[in-house]
Design a protein around this ligand. Sequence first.
Ligand code: R5P
Length: 301
Amino acid sequence: MSSIIFSGNSNPYLAKEIVSILDLPLGKAEIIRFADSECRVRIEEDVEGKDVFIIQSLSNPVDEHLMELLLLIDSVKRGEPRKIIAVLPYHGYARQDRIHRPGECLSAQVVAKLIEAVGVDKLITVELHNEAILGFFKIPVVHVSGFSVFKQAVKDLEDVVVVTPDAGALKRAQKFSEELEFPLAFVEKKRDLDHPHKISSMRVVGDVSGKTAVIVDDVIVTGGTLVNAAFLLKEKGAKQVVALATHADFVGGSDKILKEGPVDKIWVTDTIYVPPEIYFPKLRVFSSASLIAAAMKKMLK
Ligand code: R5P
């Protein structure tokens, strides 16, 4: 049974790395934008009877990347493949996993329905904001944790306390601290739901004094969560703050906030492409390619 990989435009660098690890062909696809921003996709390969992987991170601009993914799936589907496996190194909209206030939409569920509706058979994704989203899918989903790539580097640090930056991330941080046998502390974060990205209060629970506080989060966007948590942790005596996040969906200005802020080291993976102009000395980008390739390899016939 032969397999082929297609990549959307969100992270072709990661797709190329995965292609070379798996030694599979990278399919040619034409993805064009019309002047009114509409997208048109055409695959230029015979996919009949093949297992087709489509790699696309739903990173910023999320809707553009989502639409590209949906149209790529449709063009492949029309070529009568055996199976379509969507590979989402970053699953956008995953943070909108519940209804906080009456009248809100359930975006993560809508995205799951869209992906299924166009004809995906299986999905591979990395470090979901909340595993509960898996329940929004009827198709099988392989959920890969991104944190194994950081393990050795964290083990090399001294006096570590793992810190969850908010209640939502508790399970992830708990698992990480148990695996590495480090203690756990907790930052309680309350968001101002009427103002996007605004945090209304934060407090630390647990002993961080004299320790290297390792904050474990799924994604960095504005950097606000990390910077506020790091200020608080240093106020409580942490000697160093290291932030780990699987996904770095940096928005304009977040690199400046992080560069100048109290976080001493920022470790992320390349599930989302980090352009070289954003790099700053505190930032280290780990490769997620082998992690994702390993999950894909298990599906190769
Ligand atoms: C929130 O619940 C997430 O896990 C992240 O902590 C958050 O989305 C990061 O966003 P920002 O960098 O804008 O604070």
